[in-house]
Design a protein around this ligand. Structure first.
Ligand code: HEC
Length: 139
């Protein structure tokens, strides 16, 4: 009896955890992602290696450590986030970032900061998954 109650509590805790922090698992559509890149990201980001526009190139973004992109002067908020918590971009982080850039950088920095990408808000999960699927092809 006690054991099964414990088991129940444990599985409820696991389920709760999974709801609180969903891992990135969505399968995106590369062609749709490329279209979305063209309308939402291309004005500021090249996909050619080391070509900077307003922001750094998105070529081989996954695994890139924050603050290491070629020729880029990062914003104050980005630098604060990267210093507080050095991270390398993975799918889950890019997913969170392009949903709400200033909110993401504030969370990473541990204090309120802005982002030059604050106007970018890809609200639809499917659309973010498509963009990520496209970005994954750039390597
Ligand atoms: C208005 C211009 C602008 C738009 C539009 C934009 N970005 Fe950015 N992006 C930037 C800038 C500038 C940076 C550098 C971040 C900083 O300094 O805070 C950046 C940084 C990034 C980074 C981190 C790069 C690195 O080397 O750390 C990723 C990933 C990214 N953008 C993805 C995207 C995606 C995907 C889109 C489209 C959905 C997008 N951005 C749209 C301006 C933009």
């Amino acid at each position: 009896m006690t054991r099964s109650i414990k088991g129940l509590i444990a599985s409820a805790a696991i389920a709760g955890f999974m709801i609180a922090s969903p891992a990135f698992a969505a399968d995106g559509d590369v062609a749709k992602g490329e279209k979305a890149y063209k309308t939402k990201c291309k004005s500021c980001h090249s996909i050619k290696a080391n070509v900077k526009r307003v922001g750094p190139s998105l070529f081989a973004i996954f695994g890139r450590k924050c603050g290491t992109a070629a020729k880029t002067r990062f914003s104050k908020g980005y630098k604060a986030a990267c210093e507080a918590k050095p991270f390398a971009w993975d799918e889950a982080l890019v997913n969170e970032y392009i949903e709400a850039p200033a909110k993401f950088m504030t969370k990473m920095a541990g204090k309120k900061v802005s982002s030059p990408m604050r106007a970018v808000k890809i609200k639809k999960e499917k659309r973010r998954a498509n963009i990520i699927a496209f970005l994954k092809t750039l390597k």
